[in-house]
Design a protein around this ligand. Structure first.
Ligand code: GTP
Ligand code: SPV
Ligand code: MN
Length: 570
């Protein structure tokens, strides 16, 4: 029952009008017009600051089709429960109709969604994150082939918040949240949860992956896609300024969060980025860690839940030293030991991808880019080495399926708890994860030259608790090793878990790492991995008979290799 309905065309004028309205009603706070033109700060409700995985449901007629890692309700129960929350929810508000394309507008791999929302903030974000408005309606034409998404802020109370997915009818309902992946329905809800279920049926893949191109000194670009869990380094890796630029290695960005991958007519795996913007983590972002985004963030950017300096500029922990005097926290309070941190740990910027100096000339390529390497990774203080290579596709799928990572502020709940997060898709797989593993195995068989599969960990810590690896732009050294492996130039040591670089095979010149640190970074401890293997077994048990047999076999083979290499400790 909205008081007004607005069909969004995505135009500049519409965007300006919405911004003015939001400045008037306090949804937007203007930023310094000299240093941050057309940039705004939004403060979300303090109870609505991250994805809420506990309130996110996959609604399939059979519970087993959602699988043991998803929350489930039957479609009937879900609709009966949540429909009342939508009744009259838009009274006195404007309802926006937001048509959008995921993927390049001329790509055969792109898909259309229509989000209905009562949040102007959501509209402004969707305009940056997708090809929104007229362009989408034009592509849709008379077709009914689009994914409808119904969104309302409701009353923003967590006990009346639900993020519902109906993969069988390709439908999304979201109520009670205005934040990120809960509310920008094109992102996690469509481009990952609904799309992963569609992709399974149609023989393609929708993954929580960045896409980058690594240029070598000859100018050749090799494309890689990497799945790390939320707030574990995708944006930073995708946009890095390479520490080996002097040697001719550069990184180009195609995407920072989601990859849709198809088998091309030439039998290669081709990836497109369904999005057009970056919804990135602000804390920790600075001139050293991500100079490209720092460059991009100075215009046309929406900041959410960052702090505000007295000169009207955005600020967050890890930007530059300690908080400047007179700063206002993300909640609008003055900063003190009681109100710290100044920026919410999951504060974010929404910025057009085109504004990054690192954007690839193939960003909008309708055919996507050919992927030569897939990379899995997590945040592990211990156990996982800097990098290792799987033996083949099946082993690589096993490596992805047993990924684990420490939880971050990107979702509500405890931070720093190690959990299994297969392929970084635990919160995003729209169907039974055992079937998802089977789909991965099947995709390998369809590829003429399947990409090599790697695992990385930038977050291993030393005895002093500090990160052993400098990370960020230095991560290019690990990408270069992968490239050298693909081109059969680099050595590796076979271990129980996979191939680990020999210290000499890594390009480490210009880095002052002791040989002891390098050894520690690359160390595979059979005892620690034996424990890890038990945890994998427990995780696999959840799936019962549905778990594909090849993964059981890979797990047994790992155990056998570990037994050979370990010195038993009592
Ligand atoms: P989502 O947008 O939530 O999917 O996250 P993401 O995977 O894109 O994570 P992002 O690149 O935004 O990084 C999240 C946090 O990890 C930031 O605070 C970064 O500063 C930090 N980080 C990223 N890369 C590295 C790295 O190589 N080393 C270390 N130590 N920290 C990193
Ligand atoms: C993530 O949590 O993985 C994100 C941010 O990319 S959100 O869009 O809020 O899900
Ligand atoms: Mn993400």
């Amino acid at each position: 029952m909205p008081s007004k309905i607005v069909w969004c065309d995505g135009s500049e004028q519409e965007n300006e009008r919405l911004a003015e309205e939001m400045l008037r009603d306090g949804t937007f706070i203007s930023l310094n017009e000299q240093t941050y033109p057309s940039c705004y700060l939004h403060r979300s409700n303090p109870n609505d600051v991250a994805r809420t995985e506990g309130l996110t449901f996959i609604c399939t007629s059979q519970k087993t089709d959602a699988g043991p890692t998803n929350n489930w309700m039957s479609p009937e129960e879900a609709k009966a429960k949540v429909r009342p929350l939508f009744e009259g929810a838009m009274k006195g508000r404007t309802m926006y109709v937001v048509p959008y394309i995921l993927g390049p507008s001329d790509s055969p791999y792109s898909k259309i969604g229509v989000e209905i929302t009562d949040s102007a903030y959501v509209v402004a974000n969707m305009r940056i994150m997708s090809r929104m408005g007229k362009v989408a309606l034009e592509r849709l034409g008379n077709s009914e082939d689009f994914v409808p998404g119904l969104h309302s802020l409701g009353d923003l109370q967590p006990d009346r918040r639900f993020i519902l997915h109906f993969p069988e009818e390709k439908l999304i309902w979201s109520v009670g949240s205005g934040y990120g992946g809960n509310a920008l329905l094109g992102k996690k809800c469509f481009a990952l949860r609904i799309a992963s279920a569609m992709a399974r049926g149609q023989g393609w893949m929708a993954e929580h992956m960045l896409i980058l191109g690594l240029e070598d000194p000859s100018g050749k670009v090799t494309y890689m896609a990497a799945a790390f869990p939320s707030a574990c380094g995708k944006t930073n890796l995708a946009m890095m300024v390479s520490a080996l630029e002097g040697q001719g290695y550069r990184v180009w960005t195609i995407g920072d969060d989601i990859a849709w991958m198809h088998v091309g007519s030439d039998g290669t795996l081709r990836a497109i980025n369904p999005e057009t913007g970056f919804f990135g983590v602000a804390p920790g972002t600075n001139e050293r860690t991500n100079p490209n985004i720092m460059d991009a963030l100075h215009k046309n950017t929406i900041f959410t839940n960052v702090a505000l300096t007295s000169s009207g500029e955005p600020w967050w922990e890890g930007l530059n030293g300690t908080a400047p005097k007179g700063i206002t926290t993300w909640k609008g309070e003055s900063l003190s030991s009681k109100t710290a941190p100044a920026a919410h740990p999951n504060s974010r910027y929404t910025v057009p991808a085109s504004q990054s100096p690192s954007i690839s000339s193939h960003f909008g390529d309708p055919q996507g880019v050919p992927i030569s390497a897939l990379i899995f990774g997590g945040r592990r203080a211990m156990v996982a080495p800097l990098v290792y290579e799987s033996q083949n596709w099946q082993h690589g799928v096993f490596v992805g399926s047993i990924m684990a990572s420490e939880t971050t502020a990107a979702a509500t709940g405890a931070v720093g708890v190690t959990r299994r997060d297969p392929m970084a898709m635990l919160p995003f797989c729209g169907y039974n994860m055992a079937d998802y593993f089977a789909h991965w195995l099947e995709m390998g068989a369809k590829l003429k030259n399947p990409p090599r599969i790697y695992h990385v960990n930038w977050f291993r810590r030393g005895e002093d608790g500090k990160f052993l690896w400098p990370g960020y732009g230095e991560n290019v050294r690990v990408l270069k090793w992968m490239l050298d492996r693909i081109e059969r130039r680099a050595d590796a040591t076979e271990t129980a878990i996979g191939n680990v670089p020999t210290p000499e095979s890594l390009t480490l010149d210009g880095l002052s790492l002791s040989s002891q640190t390098i050894r520690e970074l690359l160390r595979v401890d059979p005892n620690a991995w034996a424990e890890e293997s038990q945890a994998m077994g427990k995780f696999y048990e959840k799936f019962g008979k549905r778990l594909p047999e090849p993964l059981h076999q890979e797990h047994q083979a790992l155990d056998a290799r570990l037994q050979q290499s370990s010195i038993p400790v009592k």
